[in-house]
Design a protein around this ligand. Structure first.
Ligand code: GDP
Length: 444
């Protein structure tokens, strides 16, 4: 699948960072070296790689990251934002005319233009447009026939005038035909060559000036990597394209073209082709592509949620309290409340990458939520004195009173006490381990 090998390399680089509580500059340098190599190996344009790594490094070296509670995740967040920006930031929508809209597809032979013309027509029809396909490739044998077959397959009309009429005239006539037939979008499939040549470019320029398309979309084969980028650069220089469509992304494990084209040409990627079938078309969403490359699930929303829901200072104080001897039921309650601020447990779990529904099935979320509620109500039934001094709760008559107040059994109270003691023990161990390594709780 798309970006597989790049995704693997990058995720490997970040795994090392994620495991660390605190980062220093050399950790980041090392990670950036790996990011650089991964991108070069993915066939990303070297100038793009250079700027990218520079931007990420500058942001990652900032004190905000180095001193945060989750520096590894912050670095991944920066990489994700920069990858998104590199691919254009957000979805680039198609532009339409108030009357008949013309879209012109250009590109080298074999890039997937004819297939894309059909996919686009189908996509537009699903959005209540009335597309017309136009066969303006009069050179390649059977090109006209191929478009007619595509049209038939998806039941979309195809305008053709044979191969004895000039492509400029065909394009012009197609606009007239569309008007007569009540079509509102004309998709012109132009000729491609194996290589860029002057005559072809001249012809495309003429078609463009005669029909004034709203979009001149360059179709490139993503599997050709940097060649695709070079092709995009020269088509853009002569034709001033309005956008790029990347085909065969399903077979592109490296992703170099996808990551370089926008930066090199300044033109957005609007769609991607992800298979040979007419439905295999995707709107290009830079942010989703970036998350996919980083194998992130929706971890970004999770980080953002945690950042807004939990106060860092509070979390740190609670962390050190948890490891101290004074840790009591009041703190326990606070910890619960912080967790609950993030939202329902199952929603949190869903956002964690790798936690797919299969793994989640084994855990009864409602059960965990119920347990949490029960624990809270037991603590609420304690007096302030009891909360601050958990030893008091061991007294049987107090236990009985608390259980009654919370509407639970004495066994439930015992379970809570046991869980609390275990947690305290664990925290104490963690505390001494971290003291040894001169690191505090949560990396502080
Ligand atoms: P054209 O010469 O630019 O018109 O290219 P075609 O539309 O004839 O496509 C060339 C070949 O690429 C055909 O065999 C298509 O089935 C195939 N193709 C086109 N788009 C995709 C895609 O997104 N994924 C895959 N796997 N194959 C594609």
């Amino acid at each position: 699948m798309a970006f597989d090998s790049l995704a693997e390399r990058l995720q490997e680089a970040f795994k090392k960072l994620r495991g660390k509580g605190k980062l220093n500059e050399s950790d980041i340098k090392e990670a950036m070296r790996e990011v650089r190599l991964a991108l070069l190996e993915a066939d990303v344009n070297f100038k793009v790689v250079k700027t990218f790594v520079k931007n990420v490094s500058e942001k990652a070296m900032g004190s905000e990251v180095l001193e945060s509670l989750t520096p590894g995740q912050q670095v991944v967040k920066i990489v994700n934002e920069e990858l998104t920006a590199l691919m254009g930031g957000s979805e680039a929508k198609l532009n339409f005319d108030s009357s008949i809209t013309a879209f012109m597809l250009v590109g080298l032979q074999g890039a997937g233009k004819t297939t894309m013309a059909g996919k686009l027509a189908l996509y537009l029809r699903k959005r209540n447009r009335k597309p017309l396909l136009v066969a303006a490739d009069i050179y390649r044998p059977a090109a006209i026939k191929q478009l007619q077959i595509v049209g038939k397959q998806i039941d979309i009309p195809v305008f053709a005038m044979g191969d004895n009429v000039s492509p400029v005239d065909i394009a012009k006539a197609s606009m007239e035909y569309a008007r007569k037939e009540g079509c509102d979008v004309v998709i012109i499939d132009t000729a491609g060559r194996l290589h860029i040549d002057e005559a072809l470019m001249e012809e495309l320029k003429n078609i463009k000036s005669s029909v004034r398309p709203m979009e001149t979309l360059l179709v490139v084969d993503s599997m050709t990597g940097q060649d695709a980028v070079n092709v995009a650069e020269s088509f853009n220089n002569t034709l001033d394209i309005t956008g790029v469509i990347l085909t065969k992304l399903d077979g592109d494990t490296r992703g170099g073209a996808a990551l370089s084209i926008r930066e090199v040409t300044g033109k957005p990627i609007k769609f991607s082709g992800i298979g040979e079938k007419m439905n295999d078309l995707e709107v290009f969403h830079p942010e989703r592509m970036a998350s996919r490359i980083l194998g992130m699930g929706d971890v970004l929303s999770l980080i953002e949620k945690a950042q807004t829901a939990i106060d860092e200072k509070e979390a740190r104080e609670l962390g050190s309290k948890m490891m101290s001897k004074e840790f009591n039921f009041e703190d326990y309650l606070k910890a619960f409340e912080q967790m609950q601020k993030l939202g329902p447990l199952n929603k949190i779990m869903e956002m964690i990458p790798g936690m797919n529904s299969k793994e989640l099935k084994g855990i009864d979320m409602d059960d965990s939520e119920r347990e949490m509620l029960k624990t809270k109500s037991i603590i609420y039934s304690m007096t302030l004195k009891e909360r601050r001094n958990p030893k008091l709760v061991e007294n049987p008559s107090r236990k009985k009173r608390i259980a009654k107040g919370a509407g639970v059994t004495i066994q439930d109270v015992n379970k809570l006490l046991k869980g609390f003691e275990n947690m305290k023990k664990m925290m104490k161990q963690m505390g001494s381990m971290q003291k040894g390594s001169k690191k505090g709780f949560l990396g502080k």
